[in-house]
Design a protein around this ligand. Structure first.
Ligand SMILES: Cc1ncc(COP(=O)(O)O)c(C=O)c1O
Length: 370
């Protein structure tokens, strides 16, 4: 019996970096700069540069960054925000936290991202912003969405939580909208040793107010200009992220290699494989395939030691928490069909060719069985 292939192998990522990470944490401990501090400031500079953006404001999570992004746009009760039902729930949390209403628009069948052709129909006089997601690390089709946003004078907040290093027509995602929000949850392409997030923007006013909102609505200690939050990034996370950022480009290359290998080896299976449209350079956060017999395939992979996961089993418009929006099955058929068919295979920079072969041969065994 072969070893299992884990869905995610964080120990394999950390092992070769242990010395560097240990030294960075030790420096941070010696300096006792635990909340924000120089390591976070340095990481903000480095990550802004990596993204090709002027400002980076570090947060304690991607969810907090998204919340603050909507506060910066003064979105409030009675406002509507157009977004996707095909994402992790945190995208919608931000809209709910400011008491606005998420207005879902169905996704494109090929990319799982907002379908630009359906957005205009959803715009009303109450619409105040669009929050599209670069799901699984695949860039959404920026140009047509930007054209609609500009025509209706609506700001875009890009949810780049899964898309570190992705490019649209050669330019980093996250630089097209008014701002974008990243997550550094440990399993992300760039992950902290705990929670973390960032807001990226070219707008100095947004960056300034974001810094205040993350720190109790304060720019001068113990003087508070508005209701704020404790959304600060921890110093240790800044130190660890600073080390890992240096390896990100190389990890992205490795993810591309894994994706291409899967493409080659799975091409002759009945699975529908993810593709990069001509405009996209994916971050390959996930390698998500589709098949109508997803649940059976999932069980077969589970039984045979191949890690896998479903992102996501229920679109947001059908979640109990959003029942008050009054949606029913059939409202967003493309998102609903995807939720029943998607399955993410192991995808990380450290995945070996032998492990990829094992994943593929197990998938092939499943289809050979019946
Ligand atoms: C698409 C998306 N948006 C937002 C978030 C929230 O980020 P965090 O977990 O850092 O709060 C995540 C990550 O989990 C995500 O995948």
């Amino acid at each position: 019996m072969h070893d299992k292939v884990p869905y995610l192998d964080l120990p394999a990522q950390i092992r070769p970096l242990r010395k560097e990470i240990d030294a960075a944490i030790a420096r941070n401990l010696d300096a006792c700069s635990f909340c924000l501090g120089p390591d976070v400031v340095q990481f903000e500079k480095d990550f802004a540069k990596y993204c090709g953006s002027e400002h980076c404001v570090a947060f304690n999570s991607g969810t907090s960054a998204l919340h603050v992004a909507l506060l910066l746009l003064n979105i409030k009760q009675g406002d509507e925000v157009i977004t996707t039902p095909c994402t992790f729930v945190a995208t919608s949390w931000a809209i709910s936290y400011v008491n606005a209403t998420p207005v879902y628009v169905d996704v494109d069948d090929a990319t799982f991202n907002l379908d630009p052709n359906l957005i205009e129909k959803a715009i009303t006089p109450r619409t105040k912003a669009i929050v599209p997601v670069h799901l699984y690390g695949h860039p959404f089709d920026v140009d047509p969405i930007l054209a609609i946003a500009n025509k209706h004078n609506l700001p875009i907040v890009e949810d780049t939580a899964q898309a570190h290093g992705a490019k649209y027509k050669g330019k980093s995602v996250g630089t097209f909208g008014a701002m974008s929000c990243y997550s550094f949850y440990p399993g992300k392409n760039l992950g902290a040793a705990g929670e973390g997030g960032a807001l990226i923007t070219n707008n100095a006013e947004y960056a300034k107010r974001a810094r205040s909102l993350r720190e109790h609505g304060s720019t001068v200690r113990y003087y508070h200009d508005e209701i704020g939050f404790n959304y600060r990034m921890e110093g240790i996370q800044g130190a660890v992220l600073g080390v890992k950022l240096k390896h990100l480009a190389q990890w992205q290359e490795a993810r591309r290699r894994v994706a291409h290998r899967y493409h080659e080896l799975l091409a002759d299976t009945p699975l529908r494989l993810p593709r990069e449209p001509a405009y996209a350079e994916s971050a390959w956060h996930l390698y998500t395939v589709r098949h109508p017999r997803r649940d059976e395939l999932k069980k077969f992979l589970d039984d045979n030691g191949i890690g896998n996961a479903v992102h996501y089993p229920m679109p947001l418009h059908l979640q109990k928490v959003y029942a008050h929006l009054g949606h029913k099955p059939g409202d967003f058929p493309v998102a609903e069909k995807a939720a029943g068919e998607v399955l993410s295979l192991p995808m990380y920079a450290e995945l070996t060719d032998e492990q990829i072969q094992r994943v593929v041969s197990t998938v092939k065994k499943f289809f050979a069985k019946k």
